[in-house]
Ligand binder design. Structure first.
Ligand code: PMP
Length: 368
């Protein structure tokens, strides 16, 4: 069979080919039980074993400490924007939420939190065109805030925090909430700095419909009375993510991806590859003589999502059409930003980035 094209979608995104093959093979009959995974009761022993294995492998990959619960939820990143304040903000008036605005996603988190709490931007890069991340020392954090929200990788703008902020070092005692949707499993997480970490699955992990939530033990039991039971972290934790029917097929595929990551060498290897792949593309963008350009400050560039612009934007359609023909899919930038965006998640091989840079060089030669 012909090799599959390389798919640079920002999400739902490319998955490891061996995972897709295994899922296809097991579609009609999982491990000889006579049922496909989609057809199993979530309370039967077959699915329970799939679920438990996925949680265990995920805990191992990210070295999740025992005082954190791993919850498999639904509602995606935008769902969590409401679920987090409903769980943590505390009764109004009074509940303070500080949000560090570094791009489109944290801006949405701020707007949603304002429906449930006295939420404010602690900092914002609106004014500088989202080219850099405001230094933590400049964040205006309020005493007694229920939590501080960051998006550690801004998928649309292509900005990534080099590490989770150390709030304690800033003299802040509030828990940190981090939206890691678009770079989870590409690097380790410093759990000593985190209160809640959440991530939609549809980038680095598996099918859309599953949301991973990691909640520190002491943050359970604070939900507002209006919080739906299915979204109350303490209810979900008490039922082992089985209070309601979980997204079973998405959990199964996520489990296959976790095993794949482990077999490749774990998160440390994903981290090494992310550095290698993104450096290849950024180095070309910086050295190409201006035909293409990335506008993000060197220290804030995302290793997962690389937005770039053609100097001559009238060539955009020709660039995308030629890319498709060359087997390079979904390179169009987000509609709010324009230009191009290449997402380089864990399942994107180095060969895909090499093919992309090769195509870009060739296109620039033909149109320069
Ligand atoms: N946060 C981030 C960082 C994202 O990249 C996305 C999706 N692209 C979201 C939140 C929203 O996720 P969902 O569409 O699953 O609600």
């Amino acid at each position: 069979a012909n090799p599959r094209p390389f798919n640079f979608s920002a999400g739902p995104a490319t998955l490891p080919e061996p995972v897709l093959r295994q899922a296809a093979e097991e579609m009609l009959d999982w491990h000889g039980c006579g049922m496909g995974v989609m057809e199993m009761s979530h309370r039967g022993k077959e699915f329970i074993s799939i679920h438990e294995q996925a949680v265990a492998t995920l805990r191992e990959l990210l070295a999740v400490p025992s005082n954190f619960h791993v919850l498999f939820m639904q509602g995606g990143g935008l769902g969590e924007n409401a679920i987090v304040p409903m769980n943590l903000a505390g009764p109004q008036p009074g509940g303070l939420v500080d949000v560090v605005v570094t791009g489109s996603w944290s801006k949405k988190s701020l707007a949603e939190a304002q429906r449930y709490a006295d939420a404010r931007a602690a900092a914002s890069n609106d004014a500088d065109g989202r080219s850099a991340i405001p230094a933590p020392g400049t964040w205006q954090l309020r005493e007694g805030a229920a939590y501080v929200h960051v998006c550690s990788n801004e998928t649309i703008d292509g900005l990534e925090m080099a590490e989770l902020p150390d709030l304690a070092a800033l003299g802040c005692r509030s828990p940190l909430v981090a939206d890691c949707s678009s770079h989870i499993l590409s690097r380790t997480i410093d759990w000593s700095r985190a209160g809640v970490v959440f991530a939609g699955a549809q980038k680095n992990i598996g099918p859309a419909g599953l949301t991973l939530v990691f909640v520190r033990d002491d943050l359970l039991g604070r939900a507002l009375p209006i919080c739906p039971s299915a979204f109350d972290y303490s209810v979900v934790a008490a039922h082992g993510s089985m209070f309601n029917t979980p997204p079973t097929y998405a959990i199964y595929v996520a489990g296959l991806v976790f095993e794949w990551v482990k077999a490749q060498g774990g998160v440390a290897e994903m981290d090494r590859r992310a550095a290698e792949k993104s450096a290849l593309l950024y180095n070309y963008l910086d050295d190409c003589g201006g035909f293409y350009r990335n506008r993000v400050a060197l220290t804030a560039r995302s290793r997962m999502n690389v937005p770039f612009f053609l100097h001559n934007e009238s060539l955009n359609d020709a660039f995308l059409a030629g890319a498709r023909e060359a087997g390079l899919l979904q390179l169009k930038g987000h509609k709010s930003v324009g230009g191009m965006r290449a997402s380089l998640y864990n399942a994107m091989p180095l060969a895909g980035v090499q093919a992309l840079v090769g195509y870009m060089k060739d296109f620039a030669r033909r149109h320069g």
